[in-house]
Design a protein around this ligand. Structure first.
Ligand code: HEM
Length: 485
């Protein structure tokens, strides 16, 4: 009897602690004075079964219901979800010191990459890596891109001869992977031909991790948002990502030994390692190899795929682009210098990223109690800034579902409302690889459009995966390619 009483007593104490933990922030979103999604019992607010829904479409529906700013509990975390441009300007620029962190993942120093780094570590890493991505320093990394694009287009030509209608997605993924392998790590790979090196396998595996594919994934994600300690225990980076860190270290060491210089991302990291200052650690430098691969691979391939899709559906835009390419290049070959004059092509990339953004949101964590537009926000609140609902908001982009690249031409700049187009995020933590990705996309697309007409087919459709937290990944991209004269 005594033992039973002790067990019951312990159970009661356990439940009391659990209840206290799960409801510790109750009252926070209710105090904001904005619409919110009610939590259920001790759980956070819905949705819970991520693998069953398109998170992108679900989010759009909430904005239709609640307006530009609303709130929910993401597990135990109070979360403000907003597309209000003024709110976003405050959070990502004006009050950046109160919102320095993008995520609340815990990692040890040696596994901290720029995208998940917090506070002073982020400041030090960003200061260190930013010069690597400026136009001048990028030059050495961009030149190999042209050769890789040429090789890929040659392979596409072979494919189109065998059968003009095919799924181009794996070739686009292979192209971006070959580009990262070469420009980032000095490795010659042939992923565009389907050669799956260890490097390629790791790259595919890293991105699949960011989706809830089944019940188990939904349960793990929902559980970790209620018990953030789970993520802290598991560590953020998976086994394939850690292999990329090892590879980065091995290449750096080998080049040091042989005194080789390639002018790529690895060489930049070697320079940083020589001038190391706390809080940056040698392990942290090696970890940045992970970010080049994870942040730059699927995002760029996805944008290329969506551009191919949009141009198949909008042949008149494609013809205008063909004219632009001819008038800029004439008989000379396409390179990273003359693509700067392809303004309509760059506008087409922006318009594609508006309607089909590769990443669908960016986030900040409130790091000091503060007030934004009259809302008192306590430390620890997450600010979620989805871009897709903003990109299709009629007030921000009239005729939002019409494909109109000219919205992004310089002469129409005044019609764009700042902080409404956020395909690369915004403010101090905006995508560091934006220029790199833009050049890569423009080089590849201009070479593809110069050689082929992309033709719509009944199979040219975009089918997306359910449960994608941050990305807009489609299954395949079937098009027909007709050679130009
Ligand atoms: C079309 C291609 C790409 C898209 C759409 C894209 C999009 C984004 C977005 C939305 C963010 C979040 C920004 C924010 O929080 O405000 C981001 C961050 C980041 N991106 Fe990209 N990205 C692309 C390509 C790349 C490439 C090629 C690289 C590297 C070579 C890269 C490296 C990063 C890094 C390191 C961050 C974190 C920056 C920080 O927290 O300081 N991205 N990207």
């Amino acid at each position: 009897m005594a033992i039973l009483t002790i067990i019951l007593g312990l159970l009661l104490i356990g439940f009391a602690f659990l209840y206290r933990h799960l409801t510790q922030n109750r009252g926070v979103i209710e105090s904001f004075g904005i619409p919110y999604i009610k939590p259920l019992f001790v759980f956070g607010s819905p949705p819970y079964f991520y693998h069953r829904i398109s998170i992108r479409e679900w989010t759009v529906k909430q904005f239709e219901k609640f307006g530009k700013t609303w709130a929910r509990y993401e597990g135990i975390t109070p979360t403000i979800v907003t597309i209000d441009p003024e709110f976003i300007k405050q959070v990502t620029v004006k009050q950046f010191d109160n919102f320095t962190d993008a995520f609340d993942f815990q990692t040890d120093d040696d596994h901290t990459t720029l995208d998940i780094a917090k506070g002073d570590v982020w400041r030090a890493l960003r200061k260190m890596l930013s010069p690597t991505f400026t136009t001048g320093k990028l030059k050495g990394m961009l030149e190999p891109m042209e050769g890789i694009a040429d090789k890929t287009i040659d392979f596409i030509e072979e494919q189109a001869k065998l059968s003009p209608q095919f799924n181009i997605k794996p070739i686009l993924q292979g192209f971006t992977l070959d580009t990262i392998s070469k420009c980032g790590f000095g490795l010659d790979t042939n992923a565009h031909k389907g050669d799956n090196s260890d490097f390629a396998k790791n790259a595919y595996a890293v991105f699949d991790q960011l989706r809830a594919d089944n019940w188990m994934d939904s349960i793990i994600y929902t559980a970790s948002s209620h018990f953030p300690v789970i993520l802290k225990m598991l560590g953020f980076w998976s086994e394939p990502a850690l292999k990329v860190k090892e590879l980065t270290r091995d290449i750096m060491n080998q080049r040091d030994k042989l005194n080789i210089h390639e002018g790529d991302f690895i060489d930049r990291l070697r320079e940083h390692k020589l001038n190391l200052e706390p809080p940056v650690t040698p392990g942290m430098i090696e970890a940045q190899g992970i970010v080049f691969l994870t942040a730059g691979f699927e995002t760029t391939a996805n944008t290329l795929g969506h551009m191919v899709y949009m141009l198949a559906k909008n042949p008149e835009v494609q013809e205008r682009l063909y004219e632009e390419i001819l008038s800029v290049c004439g008989d000379s070959s396409i390179n990273h210098e003359n693509i700067k004059e392809m303004h309509l092509l760059e506008a087409t990339m922006c318009e594609t990223l508006r309607i089909r953004p590769a990443l669908t949101e960016h986030d900040r964590i409130c790091t000091n109690d503060t007030e934004v537009l009259g809302i008192k926000i306590p430390k620890g609140t997450r600010i979620q800034m989805p871009n897709y609902p903003s990109h299709i908001n009629e007030e921000f982009f009239p005729e939002p579902f019409a494909f109109k690249p000219e919205r992004f031409l310089k002469e129409n700049n005044n019609d764009l409302i700042p902080f409404t187009w956020r395909a690369f995020g915004s403010g101090n933590r905006v995508c560091i690889g934006q220029r790199f990705a833009t050049v890569e996309i423009l080089i590849f697309m201009s070479k593809l459009l110069a050689k082929f007409k992309i033709v719509d087919t009944p199979e040219t459709v975009t089918k997306y995966y359910n449960g994608d937290f941050f990305a807009n990944i489609f299954h395949e991209m079937v098009v027909r390619l007709e050679p130009r004269e």
